[in-house]
Ligand binder design. Structure first.
Ligand code: MD3
Ligand code: FE
Length: 217
């Protein structure tokens, strides 16, 4: 499938958009794989359904989450961690679909990170009003590996902050099929997602799904 400017109007000035040193936006990079990704996502969520986890402070996260791969990111009253087992089922997380692994590897290569072999994919589900407050991703063992994120469904405004929580974040609109690779000096920057606006996507309905590929272990 070729890139189609009707499906991807933001790709007019196509290719790589550097967001900051180490952060590269690949507009619509996942569009050609959307059917395979959504089919695989259905398999993952059938085996490990979305759930709203509790923060260590006792709040229910508005983002619903699940995982696939060797390790899954979880939070509960005891803290944040990666776990090889789904705490809801006591079983290993579903294996990482090949279509996920291939897309993440291609995106990392495109952004200049070679041999990216993620062992974890966190799947986030947003609905109208769902937000993710500013945070850093630092539960992973190795900060040399990038994080690859894939946006699907309803568009969102991503907040891309600095090295300190107080740094005013830039607003980056992310739409269906957009892929961002966050590595190098961008890897530990604060980031979050603004409350999702009510909207409709032809394939995903009122949701936004974000896949984040990490090397956790
Ligand atoms: C920038 N998810 O799951 S992905 C998360 O859209 C998370 O669901 C968001 O932040 C989402 O932890 C954003 C983009 C992302 C992921 C990791 C980063 C941006 C990042 C790490 C460093 C800097
Ligand atoms: Fe994050």
């Amino acid at each position: 499938m070729t890139l189609n400017l009707f499906e991807c109007p933001s790709a007019v000035a196509t290719g790589q958009e550097p967001l900051a040193p180490g952060a590269v936006l690949l507009r619509c990079f996942a569009l050609a794989d959307e059917s395979a990704l959504l089919a695989a996502l259905g398999d993952v969520t059938a085996a490990a359904p979305f759930r709203h986890m509790a923060t260590p402070g006792g709040f229910r996260m508005s983002v619903a989450m699940t995982n696939c791969g060797q390790f899954g990111w979880v939070t509960d009253r005891t803290g944040y961690r990666y776990d090889a087992l789904d705490p809801e089922s006591g079983r290993p997380w579903p294996r990482m679909p090949d279509s996920f692994l291939r897309l993440a590897g291609r995106a990392a290569t495109e952004a200049g990170f070679r041999q990216f072999e993620p062992d974890s994919c966190l799947v986030n589900r947003y609905e109208a009003g769902t937000r993710l407050s500013l945070h850093q991703d630092k539960n992973e063992r190795d900060f040399d590996a990038p994080i690859v994120s894939v946006s699907l469904g309803v568009p969102a405004v991503f907040l891309f902050g600095g090295a300190a929580r107080a740094d005013r974040p830039a607003k980056v609109p992310l739409a269906h099929g957009d892929v961002v690779v966050w590595g190098g000096p961008a890897r530990l920057r604060y980031h979050g997602v603004m409350p999702l606006k009510k909207s409709h996507h032809p394939l995903l309905g009122n949701q936004r799904i974000n896949l984040t590929f990490r090397k956790a272990g």
